[in-house]
Design a protein around this ligand. Structure first.
Ligand code: NI
Length: 138
């Protein structure tokens, strides 16, 4: 952590009480840590909007028996090969596969890949989790 700047914030009492309750329910040991994470989350959202460089994980759960699905999912990842850094495949049971795809690139590009993967027939669940490097995309 860099140099710290102390700031004070004002909250309505009911909201402050809710914050205190939230801190108890979550991993946060203090309010500063909580506010820092809120700010970081907001920065990630802004990166989405401004199309800055983002990184994330696309998690897929799908039925590998579905005709041509495995080939389609692999083909899409090849179409976006500049954005795909790594893929981990897990055989969940006889039918189901899980795939975690680590991606990096413009937020809009990552979103396009996640959408394309998620809409294939036989994909039961697709979830994109996004983070940011905090840098402008090249
Ligand atoms: Ni599998």
């Amino acid at each position: 952590m860099g140099d710290l700047e102390r700031i004070s914030i004002s909250l309505e009492k009911p909201l402050s009480a809710k914050l205190a309750k939230l801190l108890k329910q979550t991993k946060y040991s203090n309010r500063s840590e909580f506010i820092r994470d809120l700010v970081r989350d907001k920065l990630v959202e802004r990166a989405w909007e401004s199309d800055e460089e983002a990184l994330g994980t696309i998690t897929l759960v799908y039925d590998h028996h579905k005709r041509n699905l495995t080939e389609k999912l692999t083909g899409l990842q090849h179409d976006f090969h500049h954005a795909v850094m790594a893929t981990t495949h897990v055989h969940l049971d006889h039918d189901l596969c899980a795939e975690m795809i680590m991606v990096r690139g413009k937020a809009s590009l990552i979103r396009a890949l996640a959408d394309a993967l998620g809409k294939q027939k036989g994909v039961y669940h697709a979830k994109l989790s996004l983070s940011t490097t905090g840098r402008k995309s090249a």
